[in-house]
Design a protein around this ligand. Sequence first.
Ligand SMILES: C[S@@+](CC[C@H](N)C(=O)[O-])C[C@H]1O[C@@H](n2cnc3c(N)ncnc32)[C@H](O)[C@@H]1O
Length: 367
Amino acid sequence: MAILTEHSTKISVELPTKDVHKKMDVFYNPAMTSNRNISIVLLNSIPNTGMNICDLLAGTGIRSLRFLNEVEKDKIQNLFVNDKKENFVKVFENNLKLNRIKNKKITLKNQEASLFLLTQHTDDFCGYFDYIDIDPFGSPNPFLSAAICQIKREGILAITATDTAALTGTYPKATKRKYWATQLKNHLMHETGLRILIRKVQLQGIQFDKALIPILSYSKDHYFRLYFRSEKGKTKSDELLKQHQYLLFCSKCLNYKTSIYNNEQCACKNQFQFVGPLWAGPLFDKQLLATMAKTNPFPEDQKFLDLLKDEKDVVGFHDLHVISKKYKIEPPKMEMALKKLHGTRTHFSPNGVKTEKDIKEIIKLLG
Ligand SMILES: C[S@@+](CC[C@H](N)C(=O)[O-])C[C@H]1O[C@@H](n2cnc3c(N)ncnc32)[C@H](O)[C@@H]1O
């Protein structure tokens, strides 16, 4: 056991000695500090107050402890902290003591996650949550149905997925089975993986006329992270469905575009390959990101938030190295390429440029 500090919070924990995996006892993963930081910045940047917050798969409870210490006081009405691991309650209570937190707003549970979500209704609590955080090992799939049922109107659903192999097309059959889409293994796979996951989550909401609008979604290190605002209505749900499209990619000339069809020819006469269906709408709420980047108190995440804030929110990007290899041109310098293509960097790749210009124009400008 060791006592560690993550920003405001001390934690007495077992540290992973090898790679982290499901079978370990409740443990602390320092690689996810940024994931937790950004959830705190987001909660402090949205207008919602008096929230019933649920940390569904709490592990050591570090996220909840940090919420209690770092999220503005008027934001939390009740904090529900749950994990099915046997020693969870003991670990969490010890960590509450270690941090001298005496808070009456906490409900501590040691239940299977979906069961927990569906059974919290009491005389004092409606059973629906304003914020649910799903932070599993691997796929969030097992927790989506109950979480989507129990998220309130205007509530925020936060989801981590660490099964990036399935989402980025390492196992095409797994992508189909788990995420109902076809993936391609190329430089776009992190963006397309994220968009495939967004659509999968949205489909589960749409069946109940719940429109899950992405307000912040990104790919980082070994995981994807998504935040949705839940809105109610048939029309809003129909609007989301219109943005479930394919990304068509031409491996011959590197052209790409979105389409509702998956069987088209590129202008260069080559047959497009397809990815999807996937979410072809915005990944971020620009205003929210601007607030987050401005108010972020965590220096280690500033560069990343600034990168997201400045990123053009269009589907796909061009990779300068891939272009240079395919067209046998000198690798273009990033700053020059950004200027000529009226583009922005993208968090999906250090060599990527987001631009509205098509490949023909790009080659003319960079070649
Ligand atoms: C990745 S850890 C959570 C990490 C934590 N959110 C953090 O920020 O440190 C995933 C946790 O989910 C819990 N878990 C997995 N399946 C569960 C289920 N069906 N019901 C409740 N807890 C579950 C595990 O016990 C594990 O502690």
